[in-house]
Design a protein around this ligand. Structure first.
Ligand SMILES: *[C@@H]1O[C@H](CO)[C@@H](O)[C@H](O)[C@H]1NC(C)=O
Ligand SMILES: *[C@@H]1O[C@H](CO)[C@@H](O)[C@H](O)[C@H]1NC(C)=O
Ligand SMILES: *[C@@H]1O[C@H](CO)[C@@H](O)[C@H](O)[C@H]1NC(C)=O
Length: 212
């Protein structure tokens, strides 16, 4: 009985290993270009040069829940099969995943990666098309880019990601500032009068200091 369990486990592990693909093994011949972005209600043309910096504070800013980013994606016709479609996700840059296990990219299996949590379009036409990402309400201060996935039908009838691409540049996301100034004032005042309180430092970090 135990022997059977071991064999079943071993074959399940083998299946899991066989289907795990590191993203470095997946072809990357899609292109995703920014066609414009909406900032403070006004449509802006794409930046002259993509912002390749990953750090917070260095790229064009998009405000959570208000702004949007429009992209145009394209895959080589040769990589597309009948029934293929495209999905788009917004992904955190390595700067915004660093030290945050809940956003960790999975180097061994891109399908288990947690760095692209914002899926905003599925089943878009292949090989090319346009879509707009409305920056969600609940997104932290971070830097992001847009990734496109090409999905192709497999022999068993399921669809799998077979190709991908990303924007050349990165974007900075400004979260919604939902902490009232009176609250910040109270925290600062509290810290001035009781500077040795650990709780005060924590509150300062949480409510006043810009977090990324
Ligand atoms: C896609 O890129 C791979 C290398 O990653 C290359 O071998 C392949 O020929 C490309 N396919 C197409 C259709 O351009
Ligand atoms: C993040 O990516 C940038 C650009 O690709 C690279 O220069 C930098 O070393 C990376 N940082 C980390 C922590 O992996
Ligand atoms: C996508 O948008 C671009 C420019 O905004 C336009 O030239 C192109 O025709 C559009 N493509 C599709 C497939 O709609």
């Amino acid at each position: 009985m135990a022997g059977l369990a071991v064999r079943v486990c071993a074959s399940l592990a083998l299946i899991a290993m066989a289907s795990a693909i590191p993203i470095t093994k997946l072809p990357m011949n899609g292109t995703v270009a920014v066609t414009g972005y909406k900032q403070g209600g006004a449509m802006q043309p794409p930046p002259a040069a993509p912002c390749t910096d990953v750090h917070f504070g260095s790229c064009p800013v998009l405000q959570a829940s208000e702004d949007s980013l429009s992209v145009s994606y394209k895959f080589p016709a040769a990589s597309v099969k009948p029934g293929s479609y495209v999905s788009l996700t917004a992904c955190y840059t390595n700067f915004s995943t660093y030290d945050r296990p809940w956003r960790k990219p999975n180097a061994m299996d891109f399908r288990k990666s947690k760095d692209c949590p914002y899926k905003f379009a599925t089943k878009l036409p292949a090989p090319s098309g346009n879509a707009t990402w409305h920056v969600p309400e609940k997104i932290p201060d971070s830097t992001i880019f847009i990734r496109a996935w090409l999905w192709t039908e497999q022999a068993d009838g399921t669809f799998k990601q077979t190709n991908y691409g990303r924007t050349k540049g990165n974007w900075q996301i400004q979260k919604i500032n939902d902490i009232p100034n009176s609250m910040k004032g109270a925290v600062v005042a509290c810290c001035l009068f009781s500077p040795i309180m650990v709780g005060c430092l924590m509150a300062y970090e949480k409510y006043v200091k810009k977090t990324i």
